[in-house]
Write a protein that binds this ligand. Sequence first.
Ligand code: CO8
Length: 379
Amino acid sequence: MHPVLITGTGLYTPPHIITNAELVTSFNEYVQLFNKRHKAGIADGVITALQESSPEFIEKASGIKQRYVLEKTGILDPQRMVPRFIERPDDEISLEAEIAVAACRQALDAAHKTAADIDGVICASANMQRAYPAMAIEIQHALGIQGFGFDMNVACSSATFAIEQAVNAVRCGTARAVLIVNPEITSAHLEWRDRDCHFIFGDVATALVVERADLASDKAPSRWEVLGTNLATQFSNNIRNNFGFMNRAEDSDPNARDKTFRQEGRKVFKEVVPLAAAHIEGHLAQLGLTPADVRRYWLHQANLGMNQFVSRKLLGREATADDAPVILDEFANTASAGSIIAFHRHERDLQSGQLGVICSFGAGYSVGSVVLRKVSGAH
Ligand code: CO8
């Protein structure tokens, strides 16, 4: 069994920002248009009038101030409320693979690795652009990597679940190094016309290199030993998206509300917080550790209040941004990529021997934790 390290990370940030104020201005215009168009139905009680959103509510309820998106004119057009992407021919790289490749190149550079050093690519994301061929194989091809590629989806926990698969492959010797990538084009499966969730998500892509410790480059500025991974799932309908290949056979409306992200946000908040805190505590105990031994928590970035609750349960006090860094104010919820962005942005300052935990939680329900110890100098 080989010791395993995470030796490089990458982050692709989309070119466009939508602030809460911009988002709400266009959403409220949509609400006014809708209510005007359905005036008679609303008066007759057949249609429910839509209510306006507010930047104050969004920031207070979630901690989100803005989000990055790949395309914003379509989202902000009150007549459209969905990004405007151009369909690409089969012989051109797909958009999801393109942003994934950008994040992968950064992770490879950080780890001082080339395509020849990698034996596998796992594309782990809450939504794949198409059914097949696997996104991972297209990404593998674009990067010139030999070996294997496969896709996997455990919604917001996709990245941590992929880390376990990569770590196991490297530990057992079936791969020298595995590249994990999390391209999240959440803007295309978010219902921008629903005020309960229109502010929640943003687009991004993250990547990680997981490799055998004895093959890792001393030049990689950050190397983290994976002490353990722990995954858990528990079925819930509280976060759900029914879009899928059965839709046309069922003669269902592909644009119906249930074919994009929807959730019972309050229930999710209440149920997932204790699940995540107990999961992390249990995982640390398995390794003979306690929450106080951990220098930093890189938590899933869905909601600021949620993260404050999880950290308070673990630490028995209010967590600082140094204990559990926050990136959702800038990026919003980026599904599987959130905890990896937090890790990417906030790990360099930690010292050799210090411990950290990456933890994701979300739809499924699903929770995944990865306990890491910083390594430095020659191995
Ligand atoms: N503006 C103004 N008022 C609003 C708005 C708004 N935009 N939205 C709701 N309100 C109103 C409500 O109608 C309600 O009014 P009333 O009291 O009269 O009924 C009041 O404000 C309070 O509403 P809520 O109870 O819903 O507000 P909360 O304080 O609970 O905040 C949140 C809502 C922010 C959604 C919160 O519940 C939350 O963050 N919950 C956890 C969510 C979470 O972590 N979800 C995980 C999802 S991510 C995941 O697993 C990946 C899925 C795959 C990715 C999909 C990408 C598209």
